[in-house]
Design a protein around this ligand. Structure first.
Ligand SMILES: [Zn+2]
Ligand SMILES: [Zn+2]
Length: 188
């Protein structure tokens, strides 16, 4: 009886030995990427994958669900800066992952940002303004990057995005001093 599995195993073994792609059995195995496939087959697979992802994202955009995971619970319906409707909707976790990638170099540390948010009781670090992730909550560097502030969790805080814009590259003391001048000058 013909044993398909055994046949394939033998076939692949021979092809690998000859350094030939196990998918098409035509071209040499790619030097850059393994999986025992030739560049041609690897690129084809990659293209199918990207086409699929593109379609999936289009569909999620139409359905107004999280672009990355398809969750119905999206947190950023409106653009923080313009107030207009957002096209790239995300759930809270995917949103945190994106910010984590931006500020901590990897999306895997998103829980650190979530914990920081909880630690601040969901309030702006400088003003106590109530924050909503995906809305007005933004990440600020306590010591700004221009002054060698680091991209680590100890140097980050959640702040209202408008306050964050006001503070810009100032350090905390400079910022508070300026706030005082504004209040004093305008007799507020
Ligand atoms: Zn091939
Ligand atoms: Zn998501």
């Amino acid at each position: 009886m013909f044993n398909q599995r055994k046949y394939l195993k033998e076939r692949n073994k021979t092809l690998k030995k000859l350094n030939i792609c196990i998918q098409c059995a035509k071209y040499p195995i790619s030097i850059n990427r393994s999986k025992y496939r030739c560049d041609n087959c690897l690129n084809k697979a990659k293209k199918i994958n990207t086409d699929y992802l593109k379609k999936l994202r289009q569909q999620r955009r139409r359905e107004k669900v999280c672009l990355n995971c398809g969750s119905l619970y999206v947190c950023n319906k409106f653009n923080i800066h313009t107030g207009r409707k957002n096209k790239e909707l995300m759930c809270e976790i995917c949103y945190l992952k994106k910010i984590s990638k931006q500020h901590l170099g990897t999306s895997k540390k998103w829980q650190l940002l979530e914990n920081l948010f909880k630690k601040q009781k969901g309030k702006c670090y400088y003003t106590g303004i109530k924050l909503t992730i995906g809305q007005n909550a933004s990440i600020d560097h306590k010591i700004c990057k221009a002054k060698n502030g680091q991209n680590n969790i100890e140097n980050l805080c959640w702040a209202d995005w408008k306050i964050n814009l006001m503070k810009r590259d100032l350090d905390i003391q400079e910022f508070f001093k300026l706030c005082k001048i504004v209040v004093f000058y305008n007799k507020l």
